[in-house]
Design a protein around this ligand. Sequence first.
Ligand code: ACO
Length: 428
Amino acid sequence: MTTQVATARLSLEGVEYEFPIVEGTEGEKAIDISQLRAKTGHITIDPGYGNTGACKSSITFIDGEKGILSYRGYPIDELAARVDFIEVCHLLIFGHLPDRAELDHFKHDLMHHSLIHEEMKKFFEGYPPSAHPMAILSAMVASLSAYYPERNDDRDEKLNIIRLLAKLKTIAAFSYKKSIGQPYVYPRNDLSYCGDFLHMMFAVPAEPYKVSPVLEHALNLLLVLHADHEQNCSTSTVRMVGSSGANLFASIAAGLCALWGPLHGGANQEVLEMLEAIHRDGSDYQKYVEMAKRKDSGFRLFGFGHRVYKSLDPRANILKHTADRVLDELGHKDPLLDIARELEAVALNDSYFIERKLYPNVDFYSGIIYRAMGIPTNMFTVMFALGRLPGWLAQWKEMKRDPANRINRPRQIYTGENRRAIPTFEQR
Ligand code: ACO
């Protein structure tokens, strides 16, 4: 809920205009310019939307200056310590933490919708083994709409949300099995969500597979930390595509494509490849810090900086300690973790990074944990997608119910040629 707290006055070409100022529940203020063009004939220019609130939302709150992140009012560190990913999914999508009966019911639904249609296995066969799993994942999610059409009622919507939540992990694990040429492992109803995913990833028909509690716990934590992050690039894409009336699967497939980019969810893969490159190059991290500072080098320190966080990303803080613990518990010594720590220390003491408020983000440590878990680098962004799915679903659902929602359609300032005549061939 927002309240109107005051009025902003705009003086434009000698005329004064008034616009309402609205305030959110955490005191965030915004000038409501929805009538700006109608009243003044002007639009605003805000490349990258850094100052544009595209919606009102009651799902996730971030204070980037203070390093605060909460889902539905619960701080991320408390959620990470006390509830599991499925409870977080319920919290985000349905608005409250489930009671015991609701949780049992929700888990039962998720278990019983985790198979994909057998015909869809043929789709996987059409891809070359080198296909990036994100290409497969996004195509498969869009294809689900062919099997589960939406008739626009609430029951279908809820069922499709459950289906997608249940099936994404199956599709993700199948895309991995496809890439390594192993037979697909079907979901099991007796395992937890995370345990089942690990089983589908790592079990082979010839051997019994026992889910490691350390891996299950680490995966659960990683998914909780990634579950939502308000109006980031992929979530805004989901909302934008959904605003046209596109179905749930099409909207989420678009979000997956947005997440894939190296400046967004693709950064976790880039971080690990960067740490490997530094390792191969004799671990001279100072050289890479210097390179990141030179604009003409075209190199950025992946895993550093964030559009919203201008102090430590609270998720990175949790993951930093988790990386230590998981590697210890698995008895895994990873030189890349040492390089990551050194790189972080050098960057955090460097004036370039201090002045620009560039701190490690969630992707900086997640890749090291995934690597210790045996998850290959090209699956990292898929792991991010598994975590982010409940956030996308919750935001899509909220968007659909928002009376202020209308098709997203930004404007532009045209900078091209003025009207002119088409030249003849001789004149060109
Ligand atoms: N390494 C070196 N310099 C950087 C970095 C970096 N990782 N990030 C930002 N900068 C510099 C920019 O060059 C710019 O410098 P300038 O003011 O001298 O021109 C300044 O810091 C501000 O950077 P912008 O790119 O304008 O910040 P923006 O908010 O647009 O971008 C982003 C944020 C995309 C995350 C950026 O910091 C980045 O590219 N980081 C690396 C990729 C990454 O880790 N992405 C994951 C983000 S978290 C997530 O999506 C889950």
